[in-house]
Structure formats: C-alpha cells, structure tokens
Design a protein around this ligand. Structure first.
Ligand SMILES: NC(=O)c1ccc[n+]([C@@H]2O[C@H](COP(=O)([O-])OP(=O)(O)OC[C@H]3O[C@@H](n4cnc5c(N)ncnc54)[C@H](O)[C@@H]3O)[C@@H](O)[C@H]2O)c1
Length: 263
C-alpha cells in the first residue's frame, strides 16, 4: 500500500460528484466511484484515470443498505480503507404540492437522498474509525437553509445537515471530520435539462443571487476539497454554502419596497 489517500464518491458518475472525483484524482487520490448508472460510471472512471491514479467504478444503489456495506468491503479490499467520502448521489425533483404529491416518489427520494447518505457514512465511517482518521463531506443544498416547494427533497436536505452535525460530534473523537457543502443552482447537465424543459426559470434564478454568475461543479469541488484538507483540520460540523450569495440575496432582492438601486 502507498500513502495515497482513497476517496469514495457516491453519485460520482456525473455532475458535482464527477467534478469532485476529478479534483481528488488531480490531488493524487485513488478514486472509487459508486453510482447506479453503469454506462456513465465507466465513462467517468476512464476520464478520472487520465490523471494517472487508480480509479474504479462500483455499481451501487445507495438506498440499499446491504449493497452499500458489501461494496464498501470490496472497495476496502481493492483500494484500501476510505480516507475521504463525498456523498453526492441524489434524486433532484420538481415543484410539487404536499397534498397531491406522489408518495412513492417521496419515499424513494428519502431512501436515496437521506438514507443513501446515512448508509454511506456508516459503511465508510467504520473504515475511517479503524484508521483513526478521515473526512466526510455530505452534499446539502440551499434547500438545507430555507423552505422551497420541494416537499421530499427540501426537508431531506435539512435532515442531512442535522445528520452531518450528529456525525461530526460522534466521529470527532476518532479523528474524523464531517462537514456539508450547500450549493445553489449548479449548471450541471441535469439542471440544463430542467431549464430546457421549462422546469426551472433562468431569469428567476439569476434574480435572487448577489453575484452575476452561478457556481459550476469545479467551484463546488474546490470547497469539498478544502473541507477534506489539512487547511480545514479544525473545521467540523459546518454547512458551507457555495451559493453566489443566494442566502443573503433571496429575501433582500424580493423585498416589497424594492432594492435601493431600482428606486
Ligand atoms: N445541481 C444543482 O443545482 C445542485 C444544487 C444543490 C445541491 N445539489 C446536490 O448536489 C448533489 C449532486 O447533484 P448533481 O447536480 O451533480 O446531480 P446529478 O443528477 O448530475 O448526479 C447525481 C448522480 O447520482 C447518481 N445516483 C442517483 N441515484 C442514485 C442511487 N440510488 N445510488 C447511487 N447513485 C445514484 C446519478 O446516477 C448521478 O450520477 C446532490 O446531492 C444534489 O442534491 C445539486
């Protein structure tokens, strides 16, 4: 075994997870991508391996606890115990009414987004506990901060933030730090498809940020990498928004009296 760190990325086949995998590969980590999408997962691993590091794809539905535990044991055997875990796997919904929502979709979303995060943290957190070190970053969202009309996803992201804090406290004595990153709208392939389908309004999006530009996957991966680095060795249990100023601007810019530069 070398002193290469092993980074495990759930949902690493695409979007933000893939950006994180590429960044950790560029830092010399071995990369384990866990995802349900085999085709994208294999393509991702080919792309990651161009950085000259070991990279493997593990088909895995994070909602399935037994499968996550089994895959974690395989990753440990083949790549060594996890030093870094990023939980990016998720389903991202559209606006829904609580009273009329599809409860099967609701339950599946909790299984993937919340339970999937929990399953991965348990499986790889145990490996980190054995090592006495590790860093976990969960993917939150601006949905972790305020109510938005996504009745399964929104409370799920708030719950992931609380779980992150609980894990930070429980695992801190084992040398493991646990933090969350909260992106605003990130222009991934998935978000672009929703804009094209009329499910997200780009003008509304741009109207509620302080900055004129949204983060991309690379911006999110830099925050994730920082939280896993020595520079963040005393940071645990935090939620770091990477939100182009959304949290500061969303109430300010919708104030009934207007904003000072438009009066
Ligand atoms: N894109 C955004 O605007 C945005 C904003 C805030 C937060 N986030 C969060 O960031 C994370 C990544 O989002 P993204 O935009 O990259 O999404 P994405 O859809 O581009 O990627 C998610 C990945 O998770 C995988 N996945 C889905 N279900 C899975 C399952 N059951 N088991 C394993 N893998 C599964 C998908 O195959 C996909 O590769 C999510 O947690 C999301 O909630 C995204």
């Amino acid at each position: 075994m070398t002193d290469r760190r092993t980074a495990v990325i759930t949902g690493g086949a695409g979007g933000i997870g893939l950006s994180c995998a590429i960044r950790f590969a560029s830092e010399g980590c071995s990369i384990a991508v866990l995802d349900v999408d085999e085709r994208k997962g294999k393509d991702a691993v080919r792309q990651i391996a161009r950085q000259g590091v070991p990279a493997s794809f593990y088909p895995c539905d994070v909602a399935d606890r037994a499968e996550v535990l089994k895959v974690a044991a395989t990753v440990q055997r083949e790549m060594g115990p996890a030093d870094i875990l990023v939980t990016s796997a998720a389903l991202i919904p559209n606006t829904e009414s609580i009273l009329d929502m599809d409860m099967d979709l609701h339950d599946r979303m909790w299984q993937v987004n919340y339970h999937g995060t929990l399953h991965a943290c348990i499986a790889f957190g145990r490996q980190m506990r054995e090592q006495g070190r590790g860093a976990i970053v969960t993917l939150g969202s601006i949905n972790s901060l305020l109510p938005l009309p996504l009745p399964a996803y929104n409370p799920g992201k708030a719950a992931i933030q609380r779980l992150t804090q609980l894990l930070a406290v429980e695992l801190g004595r084992h040398g493991i730090r646990v933090n969350s990153v909260a992106p605003t709208y990130v222009l991934t392939e998935g978000l672009q498809e929703k804009i094209d389908a009329g499910q997200r309004d780009p003008d509304k999006i741009m109207g509620v940020h302080a900055l004129d530009a949204l983060p991309d996957g690379d911006d999110i991966s830099q925050a994730v990498s920082f939280l896993c680095s020595e520079s963040a060795s005393k940071i645990t249990g935090v939620l770091l928004p990477v939100d182009s100023g959304w949290a500061a601007a969303v109430s300010y810019k919708t104030y009934a009296g207007g904003v000072p530069w438009s009066i």
